[in-house]
Every structure is written in structure tokens, then in C-alpha cells.
Design a protein around this ligand. Structure first.
Ligand code: NAD
Ligand code: WQD
Length: 340
């Protein structure tokens, strides 16, 4: 019988790609999502790729009785991957309590239910945002976390601490915290991808929407940073590569390979790229000219950050494989597919 995995937020951007990779690795996936930031049609995309429609429950993870009913309906869930969270940095500054309520209640409900239902492993979606602007680059997992610059970022720090405290208090499960850098791109089939609501806040969806003519112009936020071309530097990680890291993390916990009960891994490529390099590469691989303009800095932006992924490479046995060229092309193919 296939091992059953609960994927919260599984119709979202990273959750849908992870569901595909889990199914292709032979796992049975149960998705829980309240569809607050995703569309039920994503299930069609997943099914078109893998041939399997995952079980789906429209449930809000902050509703503990409803969540409990999911564990009762699907007995034998072995691991949870918790993507469900609110994730817009700017909105979190406007509505901090919504972010604390959603992200913390979701986590606590899941952790409380795990022992009751014998769930053995928990993967948490953390973020490089916990490092703030590091003094030394690239960042390792031992780089100190900094005071969060947004309520969203703070929920990631607090959730990491809650999981660590729960596990250290002899919780009968293992946990892996994955600190994602900047996830971008789409499945190469162009059947699933990122679906931002409204005006995209992140770089790549803004780039693809500008290229598609949905947005008039891309604003490049600043060219006066202390970087080689003056624009900010990030570690852009292909979403399918990122999804595969979750599969490896689940396998590690369920096969008893974890060296510690809570393990932390950076999930990045190890390569920093500037905004202008992204713009150039996008134009080169797609042949589409981007209308862009250098404007002032965006408040709160980190100047530069990229990962040292050595620990994930060596301990987890995971490595980013896709080139930035193929990743940007996948984002464009996905954007084009939305117009069809
Ligand atoms: P997403 O918004 O596409 O996916 C999150 C999903 O969770 C959505 O489908 C949403 O409807 C669902 N959801 C939210 N609150 C819920 C609740 N209370 N109950 C049930 N479902 C709920 O976001 P994503 O980009 O796929 O991110 C997934 C996770 O990874 C999030 O925890 C996010 O904070 C984290 N993360 C994302 C990035 C990024 O840049 N995309 C970077 C680092 C970490
Ligand atoms: C990337 C670069 C912008 C838009 C955010 C969250 C972080 C994590 C990932 C979840 C920056 C520049 C952007 C635009 C631009 N999420 N940019 N024009 O800010 O690195 O990280 O998403 O955990 O927590 O803060 O990602 O895609 O917004 O920006 O020039 O229209 O692109 O200044 O340098 P960011 P991003």
C-alpha cells in the first residue's frame, strides 16, 4: 500500500508541484486547502501530469475539528507537509493578526493532531527571510537568524521555534525545516504553475505578465545597491527542484535516517543572480523584449542573499538541477498557457 502524505496548501504554487513529485515517487497524497489563495482547477493540472487525482478536502487548517475529521477520514497518514500559510509580506504588515492567526493556528493544530493519529514526520515551509540581510554570504544553516522585518517573516521564525520546542519536548515525530530561497518557474508540462491573485508582488510573475502585455512595465527596484550591477541579488530556485527536496525530506524521516529530531536545510542553488541578470536572461531565452524601467528602491528589500546548499547536497542528498534558463522558460510557457 502506498504511503499516505497529507499536503496542506496542496493546491497552492509549491504544494501542487510537490504533490506531483510525491505521486510520481509512489506516495498517496491527501490535499487540504481552503482555496484562499488557489484554485480547485489545479487538481486537473496535477491529474493531467500524473494520471492520478489526489484526494482533496476543502478545509481551513485553523478549524481544528474539521482538520481532525480529515485524519479520521484518511487513516494512516504517515507524514505532513505544511504549505498552508498566508505569504504576502506587504499584506502582513497591514493585517498582522490575520497572519499570526492563520500561520500559527494552522501549525499548532497540525502538531497537536500528529501524536493522536500516529503521524511520524513533519516538513515545514520556512524561508530565507529568517536570515534578513546576512553579514556573511552565502548563508549556511548556522547563519544567525535576525529580527524579522515583517509579521510574515516573524511567523516563519516563530513556527520554526514552535516545531523545535514541540520536538524537543519528546514529541513522537521528526521534523524537517526547509528554508526556501526564491522559488520560481513552473512544471515543464505548463499544466501547473504560479497563479498570483491581482498585481504580482514577486519578480518573476511580474516579468512574465509584462512580457505577456498584462502589465505595461516592469519596475526594477533600485540600481544603486552595493552589487556588481547595482540591482539586488537573490538565489532563484526552480519550483520542481524545490518540490523534490520535500520528497527526499519525507523519505529521510520515514526511513529513520534523520540524524536529529529537527533538522534544518537551506534549499537554494548556491548561485546569486541580480534582478538585471534575470531580466537579461529572460529576454535571451524567450526572445521577448521586456519593457522595464529602473526606479527607486523598494522599502524593506534585502540587498543580497544566496544560499550555501552544501548541507542539503551532502546530508539530504538533494541538489538543484535546473538551469535558470530552463526555469525562466518554464515560467514563460506557463504564462503563455494561461492565455489559451
Ligand atoms: P500559495 O499561497 O500558492 O500556497 C499556499 C496554499 O495554502 C494556498 O493554496 C492557500 O489557499 C492555502 N492556505 C492558506 N491558508 C490556509 C488555511 N488556513 N487552511 C488551508 N489552506 C490554506 O503559496 P506558496 O508560494 O505555494 O507557498 C507555500 C508555503 O511556502 C507557504 O508556507 C509560504 O510561506 C512558504 N514559502 C513560500 C515562498 C515563495 O516565495 N513562494 C518562499 C518561502 C517560503
Ligand atoms: C526579488 C527581487 C526585488 C518585483 C519575497 C519575500 C520572501 C520570500 C520570497 C516567502 C528583489 C526585485 C521585484 C518587481 C523588482 N517569500 N523586484 N521588481 O523580495 O526576495 O522575497 O518572496 O517566504 O520572504 O520577501 O522576492 O520576488 O519580491 O523580489 O525589481 O516588480 O526582485 O526588489 O530584489 P523577495 P521578490
Amino acid at each position: 500500500m502506498a504511503t499516505k502524505i497529507l499536503v496542506t496548501g496542496g493546491t497552492g504554487y509549491i504544494g501542487s508541484h510537490t504533490t506531483v513529485e510525491l505521486q510520481q515517487a509512489g506516495y498517496e497524497v491527501v490535499i487540504v486547502d481552503n482555496l484562499s489563495n488557489s484554485n480547485i482547477k489545479v487538481l486537473d493540472g496535477i491529474q493531467a501530469i500524473t494520471g492520478i487525482r489526489p484526494a482533496f478536502e476543502e478545509v481551513d487548517c485553523t478549524d481544528k475539528p474539521a482538520l481532525k475529521a480529515v485524519f479520521e477520514k484518511y487513516p494512516g497518514i504517515k507524514a505532513i507537509i505544511n504549505f498552508a500559510a498566508s505569504k504576502a509580506v506587504g499584506e502582513s504588515v497591514q493585517k498582522p493578526l490575520l497572519y499570526y492567526r492563520n500561520n500559527l493556528d494552522t501549525l499548532i493544530n497540525l502538531l497537536e493532531l500528529m501524536p493522536e493519529f500516529g503521524v511520524e514526520g513533519f516538513v515545514f515551509s520556512s524561508s530565507c527571510t529568517v536570515y534578513g540581510q546576512p553579514e556573511v554570504l552565502p548563508v549556511t544553516e548556522d547563519t544567525p537568524r535576525q529580527t524579522a522585518t515583517s509579521p510574515y517573516g516573524n511567523t516563519k521564525k516563530i513556527c520554526e521555534d514552535i516545531i523545535t520546542d514541540a520536538v524537543h519536548a519528546d514529541a513522537p515525530y521528526k521534523a524537517i525545516l526547509l528554508r526556501y530561497f526564491n522559488p520560481i518557474g513552473a512544471h515543464p508540462s505548463a499544466k501547473i504553475g504560479e497563479l498570483p491573485l491581482g498585481v504580482p508582488q514577486n519578480l518573476i510573475p511580474f516579468v512574465t505578465q509584462t512580457a505577456a502585455g498584462i502589465r505595461e512595465q516592469l519596475s526594477v527596484f533600485g540600481d544603486d545597491y552595493n552589487t556588481p550591477d547595482g540591482s539586488c541579488i537573490r538565489d532563484y530556485i526552480n519550483v520542481v527542484d524545490l518540490a523534490k527536496a520535500h520528497v527526499v525530506a519525507v523519505e529521510r524521516m520515514l526511513s529513520g535516517k534523520s540524524l536529529e529530531n529537527v533538522e534544518v536545510f537551506n534549499v537554494g542553488t548556491g548561485r546569486g543572480l541580480s534582478v538585471l541578470e534575470i531580466v537579461e536572461t529572460f529576454q535571451k531565452v524567450t526572445g521577448v523584449k521586456l519593457n522595464y524601467k529602473i526606479v527607486g528602491r523598494r522599502e524593506g528589500d534585502i540587498e543580497q542573499v544566496w544560499a550555501d546548499p552544501t548541507k542539503a547536497n551532502q546530508v539530504l542528498g538533494w541538489k538543484a538541477e535546473a538551469s535558470v534558463e530552463e526555469t525562466l522558460l518554464s515560467a514563460w510557457r506557463w504564462q503563455e498557457s494561461l492565455a489559451k
